[in-house]
Design a binder for this molecule. Structure first.
Ligand SMILES: Cc1ncc(COP(=O)(O)O)c(C=O)c1O
Length: 500
């Protein structure tokens, strides 16, 4: 048998056995890895070659490779095939570290930046030789699946393409998403869901509905930059509560709830953008109790929820139990938003919100007047992914890829970044956050890196005052070679700047 280099490999399968054929293939490859017959970095035969030599359907091989990938034994490199992973990912030589100064930021009004960030990103994307270490989008894997699934989806929804559809979204899709969410411990009913044009639309509709100019809103600092710009656009006043290694600083939050009486708290409880931090159940409980005590709304935007390597605590929304008043149940106070942008494709523009109580109808009405409803083609495609199990396989695939790539990035940071830098090592998602020494000029570093064809995300737009402390947000959902080369360039430029 010849394996390394992607050469032929024949696996004897027993069609009479009770074990499905794809698991027999998985077991055999897994055995070869454990016994040393296949070594780290060896390339597996292509799906087509393996299907031919083993005399099975290509889908069977895809299934087998997907489970091996989900087990972390192999990984896919775009356009190059499947490779044997490092048997155990060695623990990082330098542990995660995140202990920034706890400074609350209340910025002047009127600062905006997201459109500049977005323009620069799109320009960098148009340059094919640019390494992009700023992207939070999934790698473009599984395009063949997409073609097949889209054809089926369009056939399924064809009759709905010739009229308008419900503003809250396709009923089947809402049911499917409710089922998904129950896996997180969030028992949402399908009728609590609203399908939106990306989760950004949900954030925008809800925030514009709840917030008047001059209202105070709490955000995490650093926090999702597009949301900060949205708040500025509607003239909200922002309180940036610093992040700690375990989430938003709740003691400071309580102080500012007391002193400023904000109307809304915005948070990413799982895989926070940009630090990658996931909060504990205790943190979630205290946050919702504080929101209750000081009577304010909570938006829980968990865009990266499905990319966690570990089991996560139930969302804050699951702790938001109905309260009864004399006239009946009162509005719940937590709005949960999610998206398929990080697991399927951002250009489908498919997100969702769980909104209970009176607010649900109000937001549906806003959505109706905004754009009638989300494209029925996008809804049909996501429906098909969820109905066929391709979604689960794809998530497993992305998580295995991301875990591998996160290790590559951490190793590259250890090798190339100066001692004084520190970083988070998130248990999932696609970003990590690097804190740099005070003297570093991040804007200059960004410009120098772009000159060398590496697009790296400055931390500044993530702070409410567009400054904060020197930091970088690095996206690891990139080809490994790009991560290694990109981090080496940025590390060299950083050291050169610090030596001046
Ligand atoms: C934290 C967070 N929320 C929401 C979004 C919006 O994603 P979409 O509108 O594509 O669902 C993003 C995308 O970058 C994000 O990072």
């Amino acid at each position: 048998m010849h394996a390394a280099g992607g050469g032929p490999m024949k696996i004897a399968v027993d069609r009479q056995a009770t074990e499905p054929v794809y698991l027999q293939i998985r077991d055999r490859i897994s055995y070869l890895i454990q016994s040393g017959g296949l070594k780290v970095g060896d390339r597996l035969p292509s799906i087509r070659a393996m299907a031919q030599t083993t005399n099975v359907n290509k889908l069977t091989v895809i299934e087998a490779y997907s489970v091996l990938e989900a087990d972390g034994l192999i990984y896919a490199r775009q356009g190059a095939g499947y490779f044997i992973s490092q048997a155990t990912v060695a623990p990082p030589a330098r542990p995660a570290s995140f202990a920034p100064e706890q400074t609350v930021i209340i910025p002047d009004q009127g600062l905006t930046s997201f459109s500049e960030v977005s323009d620069a990103f799109l320009q960098s994307q148009a340059q094919p030789d640019m390494i992009n270490l700023n992207s939070g989008f999934p790698q473009a894997v599984g395009v063949e699946d997409l073609q097949r699934i889209s054809r089926r989806a369009i056939k399924n929804v064809a009759e709905h393409l010739f009229h308008h559809n419900p503003p809250e979204g396709d009923p089947v899709l809402r049911e499917q998403i409710a089922q998904l969410l129950s896996q997180l411990g969030l028992g949402a009913a399908p009728q609590d869901l609203i399908i939106t044009n990306g989760s950004m639309q949900a954030l925008s509709l809800v925030t514009q509905h709840l917030i008047q100019p001059g209202d105070w809103v709490v955000v995490e600092s650093p926090g999702f930059h597009a949301y900060l710009s949205l708040l500025r656009q509607i003239d909200a006043r922002i309180i940036g509560i610093p992040m700690t290694a375990t989430g938003m600083n709740l003691d400071l939050l309580e102080q500012f709830l007391q002193s400023h009486r904000p109307k809304l708290i915005y948070t990413n409880s799982t895989l926070h953008n940009p630090t990658g931090i996931t909060t504990s159940l205790a943190h979630r409980r205290r946050l919702v109790a504080l929101a209750e005590q000081y009577d304010c709304w909570v938006i829980e935007d968990n865009a990266y929820e499905w990319l966690s390597f570990d089991t996560t605590p139930p969302p804050i929304k699951a702790l938001d139990l109905p309260r009864w008043s004399q006239t009946g149940p009162e509005n719940h106070r937590v709005i949960y938003t999610g998206t398929f942008s990080k697991t399927l494709m951002p250009a489908l523009r498919l997100g969702y919100a769980v909104i209970t109580g009176d607010l649900h109808r109000q937001i549906v009405e806003r959505k109706l007047l905004h754009d009638f409803h989300v494209s029925i083609v996008s809804q049909g495609i996501v429906r098909e992914y969820l109905a066929t199990g391709h979604y689960r396989r794809r998530i497993n695939h992305l998580k295995a890829l991301n875990q591998q790539n996160r290790s590559v990035m951490v190793r590259a940071l250890e090798d190339h970044f100066p001692e004084e830098a520190s970083w988070t090592i998130p248990a999932g998602g696609v970003f990590l956050w690097v804190q740099l020494p005070r003297q570093v000029n991040v804007a200059q570093l960004h410009r120098a890196a772009v000159q060398e064809k590496v697009f790296v995300g400055s931390g500044q737009p993530f702070f409410p005052d567009q400054q904060g402390y020197p930091a970088l947000r690095l996206g690891f959902a990139q080809p490994m070679e790009d991560i290694e080369r990109g981090i080496a360039v940025v590390g060299r430029l950083l050291k050169a700047q610090m030596a001046l």
